[in-house]
Unconditional design. Structure first.
Length: 392
C-alpha cells in the first residue's frame, strides 16, 4: 500500500504533536481500538458448524454495521454465505429483506444495548421467525452488562462483548466485525494482522505521511473544511460510507469540523467533478485506487458506426480504464491547486483492508487531537434521541 501527498506542507511541531498524541493514547490503553488486532484474536476460534443456517443477518446501525458491510462487500465471493444488513427502520427495506431470508444466523449488535432502530427491527425479526429463548441461531454483540447483554443472559443466548473503551464507529475490528464475518465464511486473521502491521509501522515512524496529513487538515480546517474521498472501485462503496460516519461523528465538534464527502469513481465524476472544477474550491481530496482487481476483463475491439470517438480504449482492460480515469481526474484537480493525496492499494486482500481501516482510524484520532476536541464522543446526537422519545 502506498500513500502519496500532492501538496507542499511542513510543520514539524504539529506533525510531532500528532505522533505523540497517538502514542500517548496507545500506551495509556484508554482508547481501545489500537489494541483490537491482538484482543480480537480470541474470536477466530469460534465455530458455527453446529448451527444450521443459510444466511447471516446483522441487525445494527452505524458503527454496528457499516464497517462489517464494507469488509464483506470487498471480500465476498461464491463461497461466502450472504450477509443481510438490517439497519434502517424503513418498512419497505425490512419487508423486502425478510422475504429473501429463509434460515438465518442472526446477530443483534448495539454497543449501548438500547439503540431504538436496532431493537425495533430486532422485535420484528423475533416475531417473523418466531424465535424463542435458547435459540442457537440468535447471537448478541454488545457491551458487557448493557440492557441487551442482560436480555441475552435471560434468554440464554451467546453474547460477544465490545470492549468498554472502544467506541462504536471504531469497533469494526472487535467482535462487531470479526464474528459475523467468521459466520459468513470469511476468516479474518489477515485483517487483524494488516491492521497491526500498519499500527506498528506508524509507531516505528514509518508512516509519517499520516502525521503530515493530519497536521495539514487540522491547521487549515477553516480554509479547507471539506474532505472529498474518491474511491475508484464499486467494491469500496460501503467503505466510503464507513469513512463518512468515522469523520463526521468524530471531527464535528466545538464549532470545528472537517465534513466528509464520499464518492465512487468513475461514477460520481459525472455528477460531482463539475462542482470541483468550477465551484468554490476549499476542499481537500483523497483518491483511493486499486492497482490490481485480479479480473482480466478486456474492452472488445469492436468498431461501431457513429461511436468511433470511443475506439481509443479498444483492447485495453477495464482495470486500466478505471485507473487511468483516476489519474486523469487527479491531474485535472491538481491543475486547480487542490490539496490532494492518494492511497494506492495493491489488491483488495484482507491484509490491505486491515491496513486501510487502521490508517483511517488513526488519521481521525490524529486530526481530532490537533483540533483539541474529544474525537470519541458524540454529544450532538443525544438531543434528537430525546425529542424522538417525547414524540411517542
Amino acid at each position: 500500500m502506498k500513500f502519496n501527498l500532492y501538496f507542499e506542507y511542513e510543520n514539524k511541531t504539529k506533525e510531532n504533536e500528532a505522533f505523540f498524541n497517538l502514542l500517548k493514547e496507545f500506551e495509556s490503553g484508554k482508547i481501545g481500538y489500537y489494541h483490537l488486532p491482538e484482543s480480537s484474536l480470541e474470536f477466530l476460534n469460534k465455530d458455527f458448524s453446529n448451527i444450521d443456517y443459510d444466511e447471516v443477518m446483522v441487525i445494527g446501525i452505524g458503527g454496528s454495521s457499516l464497517g462489517t458491510k464494507a469488509i464483506y462487500e470487498m471480500i465476498k465471493d461464491k463461497n461466502t454465505k450472504p450477509i443481510f444488513f438490517l439497519e434502517n427502520p424503513d418498512p419497505i427495506d425490512i419487508k423486502r429483506k425478510l422475504s429473501k431470508i429463509k434460515k438465518p444466523l442472526i446477530f443483534v449488535i448495539s454497543k449501548s444495548g438500547k439503540t431504538i432502530e436496532t431493537i425495533s427491527i430486532f422485535k420484528k425479526v423475533l416475531a417473523h421467525f418466531d424465535l424463542k429463548p435458547n435459540s442457537k441461531n440468535l447471537k448478541v454483540i454488545t457491551d458487557k452488562n448493557s440492557p441487551l447483554d442482560k436480555f441475552a443472559t435471560s434468554w440464554k443466548l451467546d453474547a460477544f462483548h465490545i470492549p468498554k473503551n472502544v467506541g462504536g464507529r471504531f469497533s469494526v475490528l472487535s467482535a462487531v466485525g470479526i464474528v459475523p464475518l467468521l459466520a459468513a465464511g470469511i476468516y479474518p486473521k489477515n485483517l487483524l494482522l494488516g491492521a497491526k502491521e500498519f499500527r506498528d509501522n506508524f509507531f516505528e515512524k514509518k508512516e509519517w505521511h499520516l502525521c503530515k496529513k493530519a497536521a495539514f487538515y487540522a491547521e487549515n480546517y477553516k480554509e479547507y473544511p471539506i474532505n472529498v474521498l474518491f474511491a475508484y472501485s464499486t467494491l469500496l462503496n460501503s467503505f466510503k460510507e464507513w469513512y463518512v460516519q468515522l469523520f463526521g461523528e468524530s471531527l464535528g465538534k466545538n464549532g470545528k469540523e472537517i465534513m466528509p464527502v464520499g464518492h465512487i469513481g468513475s461514477i460520481d465524476q459525472h455528477s460531482f467533478l463539475q462542482l470541483l472544477m468550477e465551484g468554490m474550491g476549499r476542499k481537500t481530496i483523497t483518491f483511493i485506487k486499486v492497482n490490481s482487481f485480479e479480473t482480466p476483463l478486456i474492452i472488445p475491439d469492436i468498431k461501431l458506426p457513429y461511436l468511433e470517438a470511443t475506439d481509443f480504449v479498444n483492447g485495453a482492460s477495464f482495470e486500466e480504464l478505471i485507473n487511468k480515469e483516476c489519474e486523469a481526474t487527479k491531474e485535472a484537480l491538481l491543475a486547480k491547486e487542490y490539496p490532494i493525496d492518494e492511497i494506492t492499494i495493491d489488491d483488495l486482500s484482507l491484509k490491505n483492508i486491515g491496513k486501510l481501516i487502521m490508517y483511517y482510524e488513526m488519521l481521525t484520532s490524529a486530526i481530532g487531537s490537533l483540533l483539541e476536541i474529544n474525537t470519541y464522543n458524540q454529544p450532538g446526537v443525544e438531543l434528537g434521541k430525546t425529542i424522538l422519545r417525547n414524540k411517542f
